[in-house]
Design a protein around this ligand. Structure first.
Ligand code: ADP
Length: 423
């Protein structure tokens, strides 16, 4: 017969291109110079038929896949594979129509493996460009999230600083008034007490806001000293006793191994972290419930657990509760009160506690079988702290040398006053 597959294809070219252009153009949509690109494709394809090499076609396919439309990418449409499949089908249709059947068969048996090659490569290119697209999208979204988070954090820091001065003024005037009022004006003293309680709450909030922004910006500075956990908990028990009585809850502090171990940490910050955890345990446990502090000594670490018999935490929130300003309760139902059952808070307690523990190179996480207000499955908060038996600062080593062997009582007076001097 003397007709090579290349000749056969060449004899179909004009018809094939015309068809392809009219059938495919709508699908390819906005793509410009589609006709030209088709021509180029068939030029290369003809050559490939002769050499049996599809490699020279690939740069063109790559270029096609590199400029997919935005909508293709968003919908994950595989435009290039579809295009090649359709061109292959049109080739088959046109060959059957215009060529004697034997010649058509011959052409198609040569052409199919090449189309398959192209299809395979197209899929690779498409996946690549989709991955690139998704990576870029992700980076873009991450930048937006970071920006929003930054401005939230900046706002908190600025607001807290701005609150400090007027707050100090009001506090100052309130205590002056308290002193100036004759003691027999009891009614006024009662009103002032209410005012000062409110001020104390505001003060705590502002301090929490400042702590959140310190932690956010990695600026929390620890003042490391010798610490014994059982002392921290003894002081906490004393501070929380009135609330526990009011809520008819029991707080059991077990004497676990490690509780009496001396280690170096920031006692005031640890006190604050554990107080936040205990406050939450009280808050999310119904009246009459129980809170247990326990722990164990591991090699190089002390683990403390705070377990309550409260409403529990759903699994999907056991990590998100540590994000700042996150709460599971509906904010519109906020009953304010630091220790009221399910009393609302600003969502800063756990982020601060975690920030403090992490600043000590420790970790803090929550565990709960789930959330149920009727069965109260309870929650356990785990605190893992590295057992640093040496101070970071070598000059302190000298100062505290021999302290571990000393009796507790020698420094207890000074220490407890620094603890109770709250924020
Ligand atoms: P706040 O207590 O001010 O809302 P936190 O950061 O201390 O903020 O706690 C965040 C949320 O985690 C709480 O609103 C609560 O939904 C949940 N949570 C914390 N501790 C407990 C607990 N012991 N039991 C059940 N839920 C808890």
């Amino acid at each position: 017969m003397g007709m090579t597959p290349r000749d056969s294809l060449a004899s179909l070219r004009s018809r094939l291109e015309e068809r392809a252009a009219s059938v495919l153009a709508p699908a390819v949509g906005v793509r410009e110079n589609f006709r030209e690109q088709l021509q180029q494709f068939f030029d290369l394809f003809e050559e490939a038929l002769e050499t049996g090499q599809t490699a020279p076609l690939m740069p063109l396919l790559r270029a096609w896949s590199a400029d997919p439309t935005e909508t293709d990418l968003q919908r994950d449409e595989r435009a290039l594979s579809t295009l090649i499949r359709q061109i292959a089908l049109l080739t088959q249709e046109t060959a059957r129509e215009l060529l004697p059947s034997e010649q058509a068969m011959e052409l198609l048996s040569n052409v199919w493996p090449m189309y398959l090659d192209c299809l395979e490569q197209a899929a690779v290119y498409e996946t690549e460009s989709r991955t690139d697209y998704l990576t870029q999208e992700l980076a873009r979204l991450n930048r937006i999230v970071a920006r929003v988070d930054k401005s939230k954090s900046d706002f908190v820091a600025v607001a807290a600083h701005e609150f400090k001065t007027p707050l100090a003024l009001i506090e100052g005037y309130a205590s002056m008034l308290d002193e100036l009022l004759p003691p027999e004006m009891e009614q006024f003293h009662a009103l002032l007490l209410g005012m000062r309680n409110g001020l104390k709450r505001l003060h705590d909030l502002v301090n929490d806001m400042l702590d959140v922004s310190l932690i956010d910006n990695n600026l929390l500075v620890l003042n490391k000293q010798p610490v014994w956990l059982h002392r921290i908990f003894r002081l906490l028990q004393a501070e929380l006793q009135p609330v526990l009585e009011q809520r008819r809850q029991t707080l059991e502090i077990r004497s676990f191994p490690g509780a009496e171990e001396l280690f170096f940490a920031d006692p005031a910050r640890l006190y604050q972290a554990f107080r936040n955890l205990l406050n939450n345990a009280i808050k999310f446990t119904p009246d009459g419930g129980k809170i247990t502090v326990d722990g164990r000594l591991m090699s190089g670490f002390i683990e403390v657990t705070i377990t309550d018999t409260g409403i529990g935490i759903p699994p999907e929130h056991q990590e998100t509760i540590f994000e700042k300003f996150s709460q599971l309760v509906d904010v519109s139902l906020h009953s304010t009160g630091k220790t009221k059952f399910k009393g609302g808070g600003a969502g800063m307690g756990l982020p601060i506690a975690r920030g403090i523990i992490e600043a000590h190179d420790g970790s803090l996480w929550a565990e709960s079988p789930g959330y149920d207000e009727t069965t109260c499955p309870g929650s356990t908060f785990h605190v893992l702290l590295p057992l640093r038996t040496q101070p970071d600062d070598p000059t302190l080593s000298k100062l505290f040398a021999g302290l571990a062997s000393q009796n507790d009582s020698t420094i207890s007076s000074g220490e407890s006053s620094s603890f109770s001097k709250e924020s």
